[in-house]
Structures are given as C-alpha cells and as structure tokens.
Write a protein that binds this ligand. Structure first.
Ligand code: ADP
Length: 634
C-alpha cells in the first residue's frame, strides 16, 4: 500500500471538510447579521407614560421588557408586533400596576434583561468576527490547494519515454525544479531531462520499479536497495539524477545537505538525522537525498574533537539499519559525493550504501545532448552548431554547459540580438574557458593528444597480452585525479594469480608511458600513478611471493624483514625491481612500435569521440588483425 495515495486522500478529505465548514460559517454569519438587521429594523416609537398606561389597560400589550440597569425606561410590545419605548417616573409603581393587571387575568409576558448590549450580544458579535476571519483563512487554503494542483499539472511534462530516448535526442521542455532544503517536495524531473548518463540511468531503473511496485519484490523475497551512492565531479548531474529517480517513481523527494548536520555541540547532528528519517517515514515511499555526504560520512577518528562527527555518522548508520531488511517502508537513501574514497567503510557495507554508481563527466555526445536540453527554453540562432560546441567543451560538466548557455543568453541581451548567436556563445565560452584555464580545469589540444596516446598505449598493450583482462572502456575525459582512463572488466574471483598475469599487468601499466615516448617524443607526469602501481606489483613479486629467479624463492616480509636490512638483499631487490620494470617497458614499447598504425587509429578515434567502448575497440582490433595478417603474410 502506498502512503502517498493515503496522503492524497487525506488532502482531498481536508479540502471537502474545509468547504463544508466554510458553508456552515457563512450560514452562521448570515443568520447573525440578519437578526441584527431585523432587530434594528424594528420601528420603536416613543410613547408617553399616560398613553402607555391606557394602552395596557385596553389589553393591547403582550410583552413588557424591563432593563435591570436602567430603571427609567421600559419597552412594550403590542399584540400587533409594534414596539414602544416608555420613560418611567417610578419603576416600582409601574411594576405593581402591571402585576395587578396580570393577577386580574391579563396576558402580559414580563422580560428582564441586564442591559441593552448584553453579554450574549457581545459573544455573538465576537463569534461573528471570528467566523469571518475563519472564512477568509479557509478560502485562502482552498485557493492555494487548487493553485498547487494546477501548478503540478502544468509541471507534468510530456516526456518521451526513456526507451525512445536511447535512439533519438529527447524532445522535451525542461522546467526549473524548485529547490528544497530538508523539505519534502514532489519532483517533476524525469530521466529524459537528464542528458547522456545512460548507464547511470539504467542502474537506477530497477530502483524506480521497486519504488513503484514494492510488493512485487517483497513477494519474491528480493533484497531491496536501501542506499545508493552517486560519486562524481561537481556538476555532473548527481542531484538531477536523484530528482529524476523520485520523479520517475512518483514519490516524494527529501533534500538534505551533509553540511547541515555538521554541528559544534554533541548530539545536535544526530538529532537532525533522526528528524530527517522521521520525516521520511511520514512521507514514505520517498527518496532521501543527502548531498555532500562526505561532510558527515568521512572516516571516524577516535579523538575528543570528533565525538559529534562520530555520533552523527553512527546515527545515520542506525537509521539505515532501522529499515526492515525487506525495506517495506519504501525509503531509498541516495547520497552524493565527489570524495567517495574518504567515506567510512561502515557506510559502504551491505544494507547501507551498497550500490555505488560513478557519475561520469559527459563525453562529446553527452555534451551535445545536454546543450540541446538546455537550449529548449532559449531562442537560438540557426548559425549555432551544438556538435561543434560539444567538441570545443571537452572536460565541461553538465552544470558548466548549462551555465555556458545562460552566459550566452546574457551576452545576446547585452548585444541586443534577437536570438542567441554563434558569436554570443563564443564570447561566453571564452569568458568561461579563460576562468577554467586559470584554475587548470580545461585541457589544451596538446594535453588531449598526450592523454589519447597514453590511454591507447595501455589499451593496445593489454590487447596483445593474453592474460590481461578485457578492456571495457577507454576515455580521455578526466575521472577523479586521472586525465583519462582505461577501464578493465572486473576480474573473475581468483584465489591465486600467476607470475605471467602479474607481469602482463605491469607491461600494460607501462604501456602508457611507452606510448608517450614513441608518439609524443616526450614523457609527462601523467604516468606517475602507473609507475607506482607497477613498482608495487614488482616489489610484491620479489619480496612476498619469491617469484624472481635471481633473488630466489624467499620471503622478506614481516618477521623476515631483516633480510632486507642485510644490505645484500636490499641491493639485489633494488637492482631486480629496476630490471624487471625496464624489461616490461621494453616489451610494451616493442608491442606499440610493431602496431603503431593501430595505436594511431585508436588515439585519433579517442580524440574525436573521447570515449570508446569495449565492443567498438574489439571490432577495430579484429579488423586490424585481419589487415595485419594479410599484409604480413602471417
Ligand atoms: P551535482 O549534484 O553532480 O553537483 P547537479 O545535478 O546539481 O550536479 O547539476 C547542476 C545542474 O547542471 C543541473 O541542475 C542541470 O541544469 C545541469 N546538468 C548537469 N548534468 C546534466 C545532465 N546530464 N543533463 C542535463 N542537465 C545537466
């Protein structure tokens, strides 16, 4: 059962209740005013004392009202309904006269009232005023209700289905999403508003299905995701993805930022976490989005300054463990960070943030799609070529591309153009790029070429090393600290790794530096991490695994460290490490020189597309092998 439906039902019940209440209040006010008007409309005539006495004697009076606080006046009501005001000389004498008449059988009703303006009048006036105020408030509530519903309707965009989007660029209008701070709101963002990021969206689709049909998963006893960690550079669309997840599933979106839980006083952060999850339980099914989770999720340190931080993090762990194992509550916590490495291990354990999605910077195709999405609500001149702009904005995040178009529209206004022209975009680009160049964020053409050859070097060497893992993707778009990356398929679980496999990995790692030497004719700092990893592997081979013929089958780890201090082994270790690394580099160089045509082809494709997927790479590789075999008569 979705609580969201219950919420909607409650909202409508409240609305109907309010309308009925308004009607009752209006009726009350109306009656009250009517009484007052009719009371005031009664024609009261002044009657002299003697005329009053004779009228009473005639038996024409049916009702007499005495005022307790005013003994000089009395009000008479004739049988005809007409009323008279009489000034008395002596109330006692008049009263006795009336009593006598009544005793003699005349029918006269006697009323006594405290004052003309009685307490009842006062209460009735006050309740009338209160009722009017209540009516105004309720009308404002009802009006607001209809306005919100109307906005919701307008905001519901006619998004094309996500599947269609896989082939064609989305034809949707982007609407601005209202920002919320630790507040629940309905997200109108859909997956089709998020350009590129196909793999990331694909991973989230299952979660959408879970949020829509939790029963299906519960019946199957399936393990339901509780926490998803989105990691990636700022502006890559992590928040947008989380909103789209909520939008697709039609559930509430609760936005919080890690920094909001960072407090000086012990216990305050933890209390805020409790409040956040209590709110989520009321709004379930829902998404809790915690931006910059590293602010509360970084590794715990046991010292007196970290008590508040540790308590806050522990409270988050407790709350996440608190969902039932089957997560029938329908709460999914999505967290975003650009420093996933700094997170406490406990956060990443099963049942917590056990799904980790890497949100990449967009490649050239992704950038073009983002530009198209963000140009929907702008007037763009025909001269603007988004493909070309995408090529010139390598390394830009989605947020930077959105900002580029915004800057361009400001330029267009400044230049009094009717539409955003090519020159407006170029001026905006220049403004942003100069800023980025200062902060070292943008790559020059020379750097792109260096990275393209470096990554091609890794990939091509791997392809020729039989025991190396398959390449999944190569890219020249930065990820984390790296300028580019060669991503391998995850290795199958293995208990043992052979010497051949370890050496193949070392040769592949050195393929990047070797390619720089051959194709760029220079070497760069970009290989530092490769060198470290290669040296680590070789050192382990010699020190721990006894894999070197010259050093012999000896362990120099732990209690046997003394061998290293003996001088002889220490010298030998240094010598053999260097020899093995140099041999591996030579092997990589030989492969790359022999297949330089293929390296060139791959590097050029990388420069053009920025990311090459495994399938395309292996297709190219097979075609190359066939031509190579033909030309070399192999
Ligand atoms: P992050 O949370 O990763 O820092 P955001 O999701 O806040 O980034 O992105 C900021 C803005 O950049 C978004 O609101 C959107 O306008 C734009 N943006 C980023 N990535 C994309 C994308 N893939 N498609 C469309 N717009 C994007």
């Amino acid at each position: 059962m979705f609580k969201q439906n219950k919420n909607n039902k409650n909202q409508y019940l409240r609305l109907i209740g309010s309308i009925i209440f308004i009607i009752i209040l209006i009726a009350f006010v109306f009656c009250n005013i009517k009484n007052k008007i009719s009371y005031q409309n009664v024609q009261i005539e002044e009657l002299s004392y003697s005329s009053a006495i004779s009228t009473i004697q005639k038996g024409d009076i049916s009702e007499i009202t005495f005022y307790i606080n005013n003994s000089e006046e009395v009000r008479l009501k004739a049988k005809t309904g007409k009323e008279y005001e009489v000034t008395l000389f002596n109330q006692g004498v008049f009263y006795e006269f009336i009593q006598e008449k009544i005793e003699n059988g005349q029918e006269i009703k006697i009323n006594k009232i405290d004052n003309d303006y009685s307490i009842f009048n006062f209460i009735s006036d006050i309740s009338c005023v209160l009722a009017i105020v209540l009516i105004i408030l309720l009308i404002a509530y009802v009006n607001n209700f209809f306005k919100t519903k109307k906005e919701d309707k307008n905001d519901t965009k006619q998004c094309e289905s996500y599947n269609n989007q896989q082939n064609t660029l989305p034809r949707v209008e982007i609407t601005q999403v209202k920002e919320t701070k630790t507040e629940q709101s309905k997200s109108n963002v859909k997956f089709c508003d998020v350009a590129g990021l196909d793999e990331e969206k694909f991973e989230l689709e299952e979660v959408v299905d879970f949020l829509k049909n939790p029963e299906k998963y519960q019946e199957m006893g399936a393990k339901i995701p509780k926490g998803i960690l989105l990691s990636g550079a700022p502006g890559t669309g992590k928040t947008l993805l989380a909103k789209a997840l909520a939008g697709e599933a039609g559930v509430a979106f609760i936005h919080a930022s890690g920094a909001e839980f960072v407090e000086k006083y012990v216990g305050v952060g933890a209390q805020r976490i409790r409040t956040l999850f209590d709110q989520a339980r009321r709004e379930a099914p829902c998404i809790i989005f915690i931006d910059e989770i590293d602010a509360i999720g970084s590794e715990r340190i046991e010292d007196s300054n970290s008590v508040e931080h540790n308590q806050t993090l522990e409270q988050l762990l407790i709350e996440m463990d608190g969902f039932e194992t089957k997560n029938t509550e329908g709460i999914v916590v999505v967290a975003a960070t650009n420093r996933a490495n700094s997170l406490d291990r406990a956060l990443l354990r099963p049942g917590r943030f056990d799904r980790h999605i890497l949100v990449h910077l967009p490649d050239v195709k992704g950038r073009e799609e983002i530009l198209i999405i963000h140009s929907r609500n702008k007037k763009i001149d025909d001269s603007v070529d988004f493909k070309k702009i995408a090529h010139n904005t390598s390394g830009f995040s989605g947020a930077q591309l959105a900002n580029l178009l915004n800057e361009a529209s400001i330029m267009a206004v400044r230049n009094m153009h009717e539409k955003i022209s090519k020159s407006d975009i170029n001026s905006a680009l220049k403004k942003i790029v100069v800023g980025l160049q200062k902060s070292g964020q943008i790559l020059s053409e020379k750097e792109r070429k260096l990275i393209a050859y470096h990554e091609s070097g890794h990939a091509v060497v791997s392809l020729f090393m039989k025991t190396q893992k398959s390449v999944k993707e190569i890219s020249i778009i930065g990820a984390g600290d790296a300028g580019g990356y060669t991503w391998y398929e995850t290795a199958e679980d293995k208990n043992f790794i052979s010497k051949t496999e370890l050496l193949a990995e070392v040769v592949s790692l050195l393929g990047g530096r070797a390619a720089e030497k051959i194709f760029i004719k220079d070497i760069s700092t970009g290989a530092s991490n490769d060198l470290k990893r290669a040296t680590d592997i070789v050192t382990k081979m010699l020190v721990s695994y006894g894999m070197d013929d010259v050093i012999g089958p000896i362990s120099m780890e732990g209690e046997y460290r003394e061998y290293l201090d003996s001088g002889e082994y220490s010298f030998l270790l240094g010598k053999r490490t260097k020899e093995l690394l140099c041999e591996s580099e030579k092997q990589a160089t030989r492969i790359l020189q022999k297949h330089s045509i293929f390296v060139d082809e791959l590097a050029k494709l990388l420069l053009e597309k920025e990311t090459v997927h495994g399938e395309e790479l292996y297709q190219m590789f097979r075609a190359y092998q066939n031509t190579y075999a033909e030309t070399n008569n192999v």
